[in-house]
Write a protein that binds this ligand. Structure first.
Ligand SMILES: Cc1cc2nc3c(=O)[nH]c(=O)nc-3n(C[C@H](O)[C@H](O)[C@H](O)COP(=O)(O)OP(=O)(O)OC[C@H]3O[C@@H](n4cnc5c(N)ncnc54)[C@H](O)[C@@H]3O)c2cc1C
Ligand code: FES
Ligand code: FES
Length: 1366
């Protein structure tokens, strides 16, 4: 450093722009991320914190850089949660509110997101909009043909892929994809789903006219002039207390490490800093060195021998280079290799990570910390080398050697990676007739990326033809399977080299590979990962093997079909194709039947607030600016299931100047109680006292000046546990039974048995006795984690802004904890970024902890839980163990069912005592003849399980289907016929559901069942699937139809409607807007009910209605927003208010009409104010006892295809029919149906909820918990919102839609089971074993290893053995 400083460093301030505004900083901690800065120092709150790991896309912004030499602007997305602010010198950042907003006008992206109903809670929406915006911006820079006016150059496939890295927990993605596709040049507008721009069947010209116009040229972001002249190349950014260096050549870089820099100076080299997403480094660094401006590190070029990639080059740039550039003298095979490398790289992370993540960063993470890299695997396969600089020493070594070395020193720099241009020879072998083949593989839960693979592989072979195919050279590389680094399977390579490929050789090779790819001890799914290695090698080599005339080149037809076109024509030709960029989703159908009788109720109106959600102006709790003096809290939680807490020590307490206090139960004021949540079943403590009773239980709240300091402090907490004199914890339901540890279920909540089980069993022809089912948990994974802000107010009052589904209960709990009267506590909730039940009970401790800290410190305190803490302390869905015995006739009719169900409730009662009722409620969808059960709600030392969308009901529905499947497999019957024969008649429905069953015409399930069968062409598709399964060896398909019956309860709800002087209307309701569209329906109901006054101007009343935030002191008795019925009860409460207002206004209206002939709304209201008519009405809707419960019906048909080599499941099509009564807003209900269904797919197929031996949740991040993404939803999703017509007992004949459709996702699981059955049949035939093989259990979730395991981990070996023994 000295030398440079002598010359005078080129220093400057940190200057950048956000949405055109200039920011110039001199004092910022270099570890500050762009997101932290945006959210705490600017008014731009549209980028949200969803994960802080680069895994969700909620924080995506557009970054623009100006190249002064070319005078060009480069625009790309980045995850602002990982981008360090100091790396943005001279850059311009655009956020969603920068595209457009409510003041300056929305951007067409915002308008189309709103119009296509693409936002629900809206928390993911700004990030989605930015991902799309970047894709549109960059599409315009391509040389593609000019699109039609109003469209972009983007293709449909690119539009879908633009949001592949963004997560949404609410919508199910289909409407988001439609909004994106609406910009694509090649879109067929007919294919786009329901929207508020046009109605079905309207001509194309009308549609085009109604779509918010898009003129790409007007919509590019303007790079600020004030940044253009600036040189970003400052050697050092002047920061008062910190240092951020930007060397521009190797000498400068070296000087920063030179011997004058003391060894204890902590140096951090940075490029994209995306590595933080995985390692979440919390260390403090003295010196940051930005490597991006050293030419040797930042260029990518080629010479006649190799491509040289500077280590700081981003993955995106490498992809573009490999795809677009002529790769020199390399042979055409060589070019294909680079294309395939590029294609593989496109599955690494997501676009917004690849845009800043560097190739060198990836390699160093792999080298130093054993990151499961894809890049090392694919680059070893092509014999890459790396260059490293340590001081003055430069070395070049092979990538393999680099990886094998001890972790490189923090003062060594990886300079570049050299990838040789490939000709026919790998190691000099191979004659002129030889050919290269290269392929890469990765098996991961998400096909398009944003998920680490279970295994990746890259194979390069040089072969020649001489009486078959001879291997000249081969490189086989495997990685990411639970090994330190990617490795070459040398034994297999040695074995194969020089061999003529045959079934026998292949068989020996796969056996060797299984021995070579062995994950380290403790790696999950070790055997599965090894079996994948076999599958990949088989896939790679089998096209070269002539297995016999029936099989083309060793491939079944279907496998040939999967090869690129040019190779399928000649099986012995080597695969050289590109990955086809096909659309992710097929067109979908939505049928909605709405009536105009209650206009505007029944209209598919745009969701209230959706445009401001898209622009990011919608205010969530964490968007509320911090009041002066505000502190931030982070929970310290227990990691032990049962232990005395002897002390808590914050390691970094002294280093962190910001820590203000550690709040625990000891801080509860006199008169207060240690209470953190409450239900009708009891209370739970806010903090563990001297005894912690489950891992994940909050022990204290660290309160600090910033959220970051609080998080670091909480993370560094060391808890001193002691288990002396304590019994072992109860961690299983079996143990709970042994020790009689149960929660009491009040008799009125215990379901009633039906019929006589012994009699039913006696009538049975067949019996299954004591069969077992186990079900795990599911995390809510709402995009906005739990959050609250508590502000002390005058006279010992407390105002708490909380993201909660039950403000009323939070108020009660806070008051109790603080020892205050309830009127001293005001809980305000405007909107919630997704709740799904998780923000009902579990949001209370978060709000209460903030209130307690604020009360004690007399300062505002807020918290926004990080994703990990949220996932650990929230609890999730109830796991359970079920043992059942069932009797049935030979025709499949069940005569008796008995169940023993052990529900794991965790440590607190929460809502668990309602679980028996809920489980049975949906399980009773079939007529079981006689039904008996014993259900125990077990109290265990695990975190309290809580409500999650369809709590208990989803498990009940699954249990029912598993039993039916089992019956069918014993009888060797089609499962669909067994379902059919056990569907209820109205009589049996009455027996099972009593009063909830309603009148006979309300029982619509039979009709739905038949109609869905017909509309989904089930019979024909079963035949097609049979043919498919016969023809295809490595892919199997299955189809399944399931019904649901869902019991709902309407609860009392308050409402208030007030009409202001200008005729605008303000509405308050008990329900909370969680994204479910409650406000939208309430607005529609208000407009409908007030329009009955019958004056002019009421047609547009909808626009005059505003629903405002919930305030527990303003509208009392708000109750719970849960159970799917809050929208209808809130609407009814509002209707009662409106009816009274209409009654009050009636006489005045008649008078005015008489006087003036006609009267319009505004005049009427103005006059009413002058005449002192009371224009505010409060109501409390209490449903009638005999109509408060009702049943809802629906059915779904799903078809899946499994890849039996990898266990991957593709959902080809799902058809859903769901009874919404007379939907109040079919677009909203459709959104609920699709969103719930996709969340159900998450539960049944993807979301693995794991805990450690102490019960601590270890699926606690976007890395380990995989919710559905756009590439894992049904390719085709057809939904019919069924209108079952008038029902006077329902609110305007409507029915709920929020939760029941989630249960329908079991159809995907059942279809997967059907496909696996086919695979197992085939496997048996290879093994020449006779007899049925349908009795197996498919676990939930049916993730890839589970599916593959059932299809046979040794399926390839068994297949080859069958050939060899023929
Ligand atoms: C959400 C997400 C998903 C991902 N998925 C995948 C995946 O599926 N497959 C895969 O292979 N990768 C994946 N990655 C990893 C990703 O490729 C790396 O994070 C990225 O390439 C790192 O580059 P960077 O420039 O951001 O490195 P940084 O974060 O800046 O640096 C990473 C580390 O390397 C050091 N370093 C960086 N450059 C050099 C250098 N030239 N010399 C010496 N030290 C250096 C830094 O000091 C730091 O310790 C994923 C990452 C994220 C965040
Ligand atoms: S918050 Fe940045 S990607 Fe999730
Ligand atoms: S709308 Fe996407 S997360 Fe809620």
């Amino acid at each position: 450093m000295e030398e440079t400083e002598k010359k005078g460093p080129r220093n400057g301030n940190l200057v950048f722009a956000i949405n055109g505004e200039k920011f110039e900083l001199t004092n910022i901690d270099p570890s500050t991320t762009l997101l932290e800065f945006l959210r705490s120092h600017t008014r731009f709150k549209s980028p949200k914190l969803g994960c802080g790991e680069g895994g969700c896309g909620a924080c995506v912004v557009l970054l623009s850089k100006h190249d002064p030499i070319l005078d060009q602007v480069e625009d790309f997305t980045v995850s602002s949660c990982l981008t360090l602010l100091c790396s943005l010198n001279g850059c311009s950042i655009t956020t969603s509110e920068g595209l457009g907003n409510s003041k300056d006008g929305f951007h067409p992206i915002h308008e189309r997101f709103a119009g296509f109903h693409a936002s629900q809670c809206g928390f993911c929406t700004p990030g989605m909009c930015m991902s799309l915006f970047s894709a549109l911006t960059n599409a315009e820079k391509t040389h593609g043909p000019e699109p039609l006016t109003g469209f972009s150059k983007l293709t449909v496939s690119e539009a879908e892929r633009a949001i592949a890295g963004n997560l949404c927990r609410c919508t199910g993605y289909r409407p988001i994809a439609d909004a994106c596709k609406s910009f694509a040049a090649d879109v067929d507008l007919e294919d786009l789903g329901i929207n508020s721009f046009w109605r079905k069947g309207e001509p194309k010209e009308v549609k085009l006219k109604r779509l918010p116009s898009y003129y790409p040229k007007d919509r590019v972001t303007k790079f600020p002039e004030f940044l253009k002249g600036r040189s970003t190349l400052k050697m050092k950014i002047n920061l008062e207390n910190f240092s951020w260096y930007i060397p521009t050549n190797l000498e400068e870089l070296r000087s920063l490490f030179n011997s004058n820099v003391a060894d204890d100076v902590q140096i951090k080299l940075v490029v994209g800093s995306t590595g933080m997403g995985y390692y979440k480094e919390l260390e403090h660094y003295d010196r940051y060195i930005d490597l991006r401006y050293v030419p040797e590190l930042s260029m990518i070029r080629r010479n006649e021998k190799e491509i040289i990639i500077g280590a700081a080059v981003t993955i995106s740039r490498v992809i573009v280079f490999l795809k677009e550039n002529d790769t020199g003298n390399s042979s055409s095979d060589g070019k294909q290799v680079f294309l395939k490398i590029a294609n593989h790289m496109e599955k690494i992370a997501s676009g917004f990570i690849r845009n800043s993540g560097s190739i060198g960063g990836n390699l160093v993470m792999a080298q130093r910390k054993h990151f499961p890299s894809d890049i090392t695997t694919i680059l070893i396969a092509v014999s890459s080398t790396v260059s490293i600089m340590t001081g003055h020493k430069h070395e070049t070594l092979t990538l393999e050697e680099f990886l094998a070395r001890p972790p490189i020193h923090t003062r060594s720099v990886l300079l570049s990676i050299q990838v040789p241009l490939l000709d026919r020879k790998i190691n000099g072998n191979g004659g002129s007739g030889s050919k290269l083949a290269f392929e890469t593989y990765r098996a991961s839960p998400r096909p398009l990326g944003n998920a680490l693979p279970y295994l990746n592989a890259a194979f390069l072979v040089n072969v020649s033809h001489a009486n078959g195919v001879i291997v000249n050279d081969i490189r086989l590389v495997f990685g990411a399977y639970g090994t330190k680094h990617s490795i070459r399977a040398r034994k297999v390579e040695d074995y194969l080299s020089g061999k003529r490929l045959s079934a026998n050789v292949l068989y020996e090779a796969v056996k060797l590979v299984k021995g070579a790819v062995i994950p380290e001890f403790g790696t999950s799914y070790a055997a599965y990962r090894s079996s994948l290695a076999v599958s990949f090698l088989f896939q790679f080599l089998s096209p070269f093997v002539n297995f016999g005339s029936a099989i083309c080149g060793g491939l079944s037809d279907e496998l040939v079909g999967h090869l690129p076109k040019d190779s399928s024509t000649n099986c012995n030709e080597i695969s050289t194709g590109q990955l086809v960029n096909s659309a992710v989703l097929s067109s979908a159908k939505q049928e909605v039947q709405s009536g105009r009788e209650y206009y505007p109720v029944g209209e598919p109106t745009t969701k209230s607030g959706s445009a401001i959600q898209a622009s990011g102006e919608a205010v969530y709790v964490d968007d509320i600016p911090s009041p002066p003096n505000c502190l931030h809290g982070a929970f310290i939680y227990s990691t032990k299931p049962l232990a005395h807490v002897r002390g808590v020590e914050i390691k970094s307490y002294t280093q962190l100047n910001g820590v203000a206090a550690v709040i625990s139960y000891k801080d509860i004021p006199e008169g207060g109680e240690n209470v953190g949540s409450k239900t009708i079943f009891g209370v739970e403590p806010l903090f563990a006292d001297d005894l912690t009773r489950c891992a994940g239980e909050p022990i204290a709240l660290v309160v600090a000046e910033t959220q970051k300091s609080a998080n670091i402090a909480a993370n560094s907490a060391v808890i001193n546990y002691d288990t002396e004199n304590l019994d072992p914890p109860i961690l299983t339901v079996e143990e709970a039974v042994k020790r009689s540890s149960f929660f009491e279920v009040p008799p009125f909540l215990y379901p009633e048995k039906v019929g006589d089980f012994s009699k039913g069993m006696a009538e049975a022809d067949h019996k299954i006795l004591c069969s077992e089912i186990k079900l795990g948990s599911q995390n809510h994974f709402y995009m906005e984690t739990q959050t609250a802000l508590a502000v002390p107010d005058e006279d010992n009052c407390m105002v708490v802004y909380s993201s909660i589904q039950v403000p009323e209960y939070a108020q009660i709990v806070i008051a109790k904890c603080l020892g205050l009267p309830q009127h001293n506590v005001r809980v305000i909730t405007r909107r919630v970024g997704g709740g799904f039940g998780g923000k009902a009970i579990r949001a209370m401790p978060v709000a209460t902890a903030c209130a307690l800290a604020a009360h004690k410190l007399r300062r505002p305190v807020r918290t926004y839980l990080n994703r990990k803490t949220d996932m650990i302390i929230t609890g999730g869905r109830h796991p359970m163990k079920i043992t059942y015995s069932v009797g049935f006739k030979s025709n499949g009719k069940v005569t008796a069912l008995h169940l023993d169900i052990l529900i794991d409730a965790g440590i607190g009662a929460d809502i668990s005592p309602v679980m028996p009722l809920n489980v049975l409620g949906s399980l009773k969808k079939y007529n079981w003849g006689a039904l008996s059960f014993d259900i125990k709600v077990c109290k265990t030392n695990r975190s309290s399980k809580t409500a999650m969308r369809g709590p208990g009901e989803v498990q009940g529905s699954f249990i029912a289907e598993t039993i039916v499947e089992n019956v069918a497999s014993i009888l060797l019957m089609e499962v669909d016929s067994v379902r059919n024969i056990n569907l209820h008649t109205f009589e049996s429905l009455n027996v099972f559901y009593g009063g909830s069953a309603g009148e006979a015409p309300e029982y619509t399930l039979g009709e739905i069942w038949d109609k869905l069968g017909a509309s989904s062409c089930m019979v024909q598709r079963i035949k097609t699937i049979e043919q498919f399964n016969q023809r295809n060896r490595w892919h199997k398909r299955g189809i399944s139809r399931v019904p649901i019956v869902h019991q709902l309860i309407v609860r009392p709800t308050p409402g208030r409607v007030s009409i202001l002087w200008d005729g605008s209307i303000v509405v308050e309701v008990g329900g909370i807007e969680l994204g479910q569209g409650l406000w939208t329906k309430v607005k529609q109901m208000t407009a409908y009910a007030l329009s009955s006054i019958g004056c002019d101007g009421t047609e547009n009343l909808l626009e005059k209605v505003r629903v405002i935030q919930s305030d527990s002191l303003s509208l009392v008795q708000g109750g719970f927003t849960s159970g799917s019925t809050t929208s209808e009860s809130s609407c009814e409460a509002v209707r009662l208010c409106c009816n009274i207002l209409v009654e009050r206004l009636g006489p005045l209206k008649s008078k005015l009409q008489e006087q003036m002939g006609a009267v319009n709304w505004n005049a009427l209201i103005l006059q009413a104010h002058f005449e002192a008519v009371n224009l505010a009405v409060n109501s409390y809707y209490v449903p009638d006892l005999n109509s408060m419960q009702y049943l809802n019906y629906g059915a779904a048909v799903s078809e899946v295809e499994i890849d039996i080599l990898t266990g991957e499941t593709k959902i080809m099509q799902s058809d859903i029919m769901y009874d919404c009564g007379q939907s109040m807003n079919p677009a909203v209900d459709l959104g609920q149906i699709e969103g719930a269904f996709v969340q159900g797919i998450g539960f049944f197929m993807l979301e693995e909820y794991l805990t450690d031996a102490d019960g601590l949740t270890i699926s606690d991040s976007t890395w380990t918990y995989k919710i559905p993404t756009i590439d894992t939803i049904p390719k085709q999703l057809n939904v019919e919102v069924w209108n079952s017509g008038h029902n006077k007992k329902r609110v305007l004949s409507s029915k709920a839609s929020g939760e029941p459709p989630l249960l329908l996702a079991v159809s995907v699981h059942c279809a997967t089971r059907a496909a696996i059955k086919e695979a197992r049949k085939q496997l048996k035939s290879w093994s020449r074993i006779d007899g049925p093989d349908s009795a197996f259990q498919l676990d939930v979730p049916a993730i890839m290893p589970v599916v593959k395991n059932l299809c046979g981990l040794d399926i390839v070996e068994r297949y080859l053995e069958s050939l060899l023994t023929d």
